[in-house]
Design a protein around this ligand. Structure first.
Ligand SMILES: [Zn+2]
Length: 121
């Protein structure tokens, strides 16, 4: 992959990383917060519903954050843009849509069917 293209994907990754990091930080900070002055039970019910919702969302975001970190590492190692399974180049369209992906289209399809022997799941 040429340096220009690499810089382009790197920028995309960093932007996504930044927006996810602030989102995860916000939801996690929020659920950790102790709120001694909650006024009444109704508020508390809403509170706990929101926390559950945010928890599910933030664990998905954290997974993507992890994938972004790994993609940036692969950039350092000059293996970015290569499928971690079959080592073929990942389709540019796929990288445009999901720049942190580890797999080419074929391997991703197998992975989703549970047919790919890959511990990274
Ligand atoms: Zn592959």
């Amino acid at each position: 992959m040429d340096a220009k293209k690499l810089a382009y994907y790197r920028q995309k990754l960093l932007e996504k990383q930044m927006s996810l990091a602030s989102m995860v930080q916000r939801t996690e900070g929020y659920s950790r917060e102790k709120e001694p002055d909650i006024q009444d039970v109704a508020d508390m019910a809403v509170e706990s519903y929101t926390k559950e919702f945010n928890f599910g969302k933030s664990s998905g975001d954290r997974h993507v954050l992890q994938l972004i970190r790994e993609a940036l590492e692969r950039m350092e190692n000059k293996t970015y843009g290569t499928c971690v399974h079959c080592e073929n180049p990942i389709q540019p369209k796929r990288l445009d849509a999901v720049p942190w992906t580890q797999h080419c289209l074929g391997c991703q399809a197998l992975l989703e069917k549970g047919l790919l022997d890959n511990n990274e799941g």
